[in-house]
Design a protein around this ligand. Structure first.
Ligand code: HEC
Length: 118
């Protein structure tokens, strides 16, 4: 009969199985702290990098946006954690409101901490 429907159903299921397998394996990986930092990096690449410098040497593309590696010079990173939890809006007129989940916030803070200048 209609083979394409069967095909896409099968593909759909194997994708689900893959995602399920990954979600079971990933938390068990060693070096959890590193994977948290990696996750934070992915989050800031997606949400913040179009304005802020997020690495150790890059330049912010938005002229007013501070490089993330300098943030701890302005205030303790725990303050940033609070700001993220409330949804950063102060100082972000151009930025769409984004309220991060606690897991995302932990990851972002771990990443930002990892690029701070000494
Ligand atoms: C659309 C551009 C844009 C995006 C996207 C953006 N920012 Fe900003 N951000 C800015 C600008 C511009 C400033 C400086 C605002 C000012 O000083 O008035 C800023 C300032 C900041 C500050 C310093 C605030 C202060 O009071 O010193 C932090 C912390 C910050 N951003 C974090 C983030 C994080 C985390 C993300 C991603 C989740 C992000 N920003 C995404 C443009 C952006």
């Amino acid at each position: 009969m209609n083979a394409s429907i069967v095909d896409s159903t099968v593909r759909h299921h194997s994708l689900r199985a893959l995602v399920l397998a990954l979600s079971l394996v990933l938390p068990a990986l060693p070096a959890l702290a590193d994977s948290m930092t990696e996750r934070g990096k992915a989050l800031v690449e997606f949400n913040c990098a179009r304005c802020h410098a997020i690495g150790k040497t890059d330049k912010s593309s938005h002229p007013d946006a501070p490089a993330f590696r300098t943030l701890s010079k302005r205030y303790p990173l725990t303050d940033l954690e609070e700001a993220l939890a409330e949804g950063i809006s102060t100082g972000h007129p151009d930025m769409p409101e984004w309220v991060a989940s606690p897991e995302q916030i932990d990851a972002i803070i771990a990443y930002i901490a990892s690029v701070q200048q000494p």
